[in-house]
Design a protein around this ligand. Structure first.
Ligand code: ADP
Ligand code: ZN
Ligand code: ZN
Length: 738
């Protein structure tokens, strides 16, 4: 019997364990943890990651398979980074193979080498050049593509062609078949090259007294782990403080990792970084092509990029010389992954900083209650920027009482007049409504039918642009009938309003003013968000109407009026965090008004102007609101004073989720535990996408008790007979109990 090491390999599978393999026949020595290997797993070949080396296996050696290939010469992560990933798998009770998989750029998941890949380019063939000269292609658009490629002998990437021709792939395909164009792999110039021209660099503003004080406190603590909460009102110059700190860190040869919310990573922000630093920047977000993403990841890992700017999953980017982590808008929900491996990038960033022994700065105008409680408990140090930077002043905020008011398309007279006034003065107006589409319901006036989704306990939203009913929960779509499905009546009326309808009303009320709608529908096409924002940047009077996408990050210096069309949506949410989210949203929307010299006004439309949450927020500000909310959470035994985990289950049949969760509950209750088990109960929207959903809530006063319960429960769940009839998942520190 042969001896030697056994490799423990994590493979991308939903199983809560690693698998044992014998080393590669040809290999000398054992690959270290963090190295990718190709192994056969079941009937497939998969890319796994070595997580450990052992002397023995619980299986006889003769039954173990050999690793087919070792894919890396050295581990992809440093030992500390690798430990973070393994820790995350344990903490979030998620299979380690899937965690490691999620942390890799897509090309590495399929076994590609860690070399920067070439990008696919298009060019003319000899036959193509001849065809062009002979004018052989009759279609004008095809001719244009041939001419474009003829003018770029070095070849063009898909993005390069699209930027010049718009949609083009349907043109290229027949040309490729005829052998007139071809593709090849070529090095792309590094996408994130530094600004070489020193004159193009921005001169930083002088820090004001508060910024200076915050900066001084932070730069005095750049050695060693510490968590700082930079609590600064919108427009107070937090980003400016980050930039100075990064300058310090980069100046001494270290790297800075900057995490921003999904919609916070705007071209504006990237440009601001580009114009400040001469060091290379790696930008990581979900909109990148695989090759671009891998390139950025590799530049971060090699240390070539001194600054790494990215969204949620960038928290896993390896760094060769970590020096500082910044999480901007730390309260933002997009830092929490809501499916699959449900991690919090903010929380992992803190664990990462601790492991690496470096400081971390969490910034927000509306800190999460978790972070504020950590300040109160002395775990985080708080730095405040109470005033807007430069000459901007805080906006005046007022509630507009909608009761008994005449509304025109959801707009009160007060708001319409204020908008008219702002526009006449040459300013811009921003209106916020967290509902896309035309109307949330199409209603039959004869029988009351209200456009239900057939697969969800929800209504379908009417979209006017495409004349379709769309379910925002499961994605179902159907054409709008001219008659009611139930009674055949012809009097179908849109009820309520979404951004499309508000846009229509605004066109009628302000026929001479451009209305720019920004929501997921209007910005689906690549580059569309940028071009819409560019129109705002031009500075002429206009009305911006949009959803969440408008609430954050953007700097609109000419907006003097911000209006929230419907604040009531959030006042009575079912989630215990609904109040916190509403207060953050109102404060962030308010933060879009009057960010430059022109003073701003914020109008909040509501049917409940006396609601205590709103009153507290308007008269005392977010800090006072948060303090009151924390007192309530403590009394109710809710986070951040307790820890929660949610077990969710769903199935096509109504009974299976409950049966599974009752079995899970049974297992939990066999042991006397410091963990309370609540439920199972149906999810607030019980049926979604044709599946019934239920959930079981685990609550503990102390986090370790919850962790221990999960460690015992989760592997056992997979073994339950009831598990075969459901899809189930665990959400530790859930952000939405929905
Ligand atoms: P935040 O990140 O807190 O929202 P920013 O750093 O984006 O704030 O600053 C808001 C605006 O104020 C930006 O246009 C920025 O250039 C400007 N600004 C920041 N600090 C100063 C300063 N010390 N003096 C003048 N303008 C400043
Ligand atoms: Zn009807
Ligand atoms: Zn649906």
């Amino acid at each position: 019997m042969s001896t030697g090491h056994i490799l423990r390999v994590a493979v991308p599978s939903p199983l809560y364990r690693s698998f044992d393999y014998l080393p590669c026949a040809a290999a000398v020595g054992s690959p270290a943890p963090g190295v990718r290997v190709r192994v056969s797993f079941g009937r497939r070949q998969v890319v796994g990651v070595v997580v450990g080396v052992a002397e023995d296996s619980e299986f006889p050696r003769a039954r173990l398979k050999r690793v087919a290939a070792v894919l890396d010469e050295e581990p992809l992560w440093s030992p500390g980074e690798f430990e973070l990933l393994c820790w995350a798998a344990r903490y979030y009770a998620h299979p380690v193979g899937e965690v490691l998989h999620a942390a890799l750029p897509a090309p590495l998941r399929t076994g590609q080498a860690t070399r920067p890949p070439g990008a696919r380019h298009w060019r003319l063939t000899q036959a193509g050049r001849e065809a062009l000269a002979a004018g052989l292609s009759r279609a004008a658009r095809q001719q244009a593509l041939l001419a474009l490629l003829a003018a770029h002998e070095e070849g063009l990437t898909a993005a390069g062609i699209e930027a010049r021709l718009g949609s083009w792939r349907h043109l290229a395909r027949p040309l490729e078949t005829r052998g007139l164009v071809e593709t090849f792999l070529a090095e792309e110039p590094p996408a994130e090259s530094p600004v070489e021209d020193a004159s193009a660099r921005d001169e930083p503003p002088r820090l004001n007294a508060e910024q200076q004080a915050a900066f001084d406190a932070l730069q005095g603590r750049l050695d060693g782990f510490a968590v700082h909460l930079l609590d600064g009102v919108t427009g107070s110059g937090k980003t400016e403080v980050y930039l100075r700190l990064i300058e310090r860190v980069v100046g001494r040869g270290d790297q800075a990792l900057v995490l921003v919310p999904e919609i916070g990573l705007t071209p504006q922000l990237v440009a601001r970084f580009r114009h400040r630093f001469t060091t290379p920047l790696a930008v990581l977000h979900s909109g990148l092509a695989d090759g671009e993403r891998l390139g950025a990841w590799l530049r971060a890992r090699s240390g070539q990029a001194a600054i790494v700017l990215g969204t949620r999953s960038a928290v896993f980017t390896p760094l060769s010389r970590p020096g500082l982590i910044i999480v901007d808008e730390e309260h933002d929900l997009s830092f929490k992954q809501q499916e699959g491996f449900r991690y919090s990038a903010r929380d992992l960033a803190i664990v990462r900083a601790q492991g690496a022994g470096i400081p971390i700065v969490l910034g927000s105008a509306t800190p999460s209650l978790e972070s504020l409680q950590n300040v109160a408990a002395g775990r985080f140090a708080r730095l405040e920027l109470p005033r807007r930077a430069g000459r901007a002043r805080a906006p005046a905020v007022a509630a507009v009482d909608l009761r008994r008011q005449h509304l025109d398309g959801g707009l009160s007279r007060v708001l319409v007049e204020a908008a008219g006034e702002a526009l006449r003065a040459g300013n811009q107006v921003l209106l916020f409504l967290n509902r896309r589409g035309y109307a949330p319901v199409l209603l039959c006036h004869d029988c009351g039918w209200a456009s239900p989704c057939r697969r969800c306990d929800a209504r379908m939203t009417l979209h006017r642009v495409r004349e379709r009913l769309c379910c925002h929960h499961c994605g179902a779509e159907r054409a709008v009938d001219s008659r009611c499905e139930d009674c055949g009546g012809a009097d179908l009326r849109p009820a309520g309003r979404g951004t499309q309808r508000v846009e229509e009303v605004l066109h009628r009320l302000f026929p001479d003013t451009p209305v720019i709608r920004v929501d997921r529908d209007s910005t689906r096409r690549r580059g569309e968000l940028e071009s819409r924002l560019a129109r705002v940047d031009e500075g002429g009077p206009c009305i911006l109407v949009g959803t969440q996408m408008l609430a954050k990050g953007h700097h609109f210096p000419r907006v003097t009026l911000a209006g929230l069309l419907d604040a009531d949506q959030g006042l009575y949410g079912t989630d215990f965090r609904a109040g916190e989210r509403m207060a953050q949203l109102i404060t962030q929307v308010a933060g879009r008004a009057g960010r430059a010299e022109r003073p701003g006004t914020v109008l909040i439309q509501t049917h409940h102007p006396d609601h205590p949450l709103l009153q507290c927020l308007l008269h005392q500000g977010y800090g006072a609101f948060a303090a009151a909310a924390l007192t309530e959470r403590r009394a109710a035994g809710l986070p951040p004073f307790t820890s929660l985990a949610l077990v969710r289950a769903e199935a096509p049949g109504e009974a299976a989720p409950g049966a599974f969760l009752r079995a899970a509950r049974e297992r939990l209750q066999r042991r006397p535990a410091a963990v309370a088990v609540l439920g199972p109960v149906p999810a607030p929207m019980e049926r979604r996408g044709g599946r019934y959903r239920a959930q079981l809530l685990l609550r503990a006063e102390r986090r370790p008790a919850l962790q221990q319960a999960l460690a015992e429960l989760v592997p056992a769940l997979a073994e339950l007979p009831e598990a075969r009839r459901v899809r189930w998942s665990i959400d530790v520190d859930p952000q939405e109990i929905l």
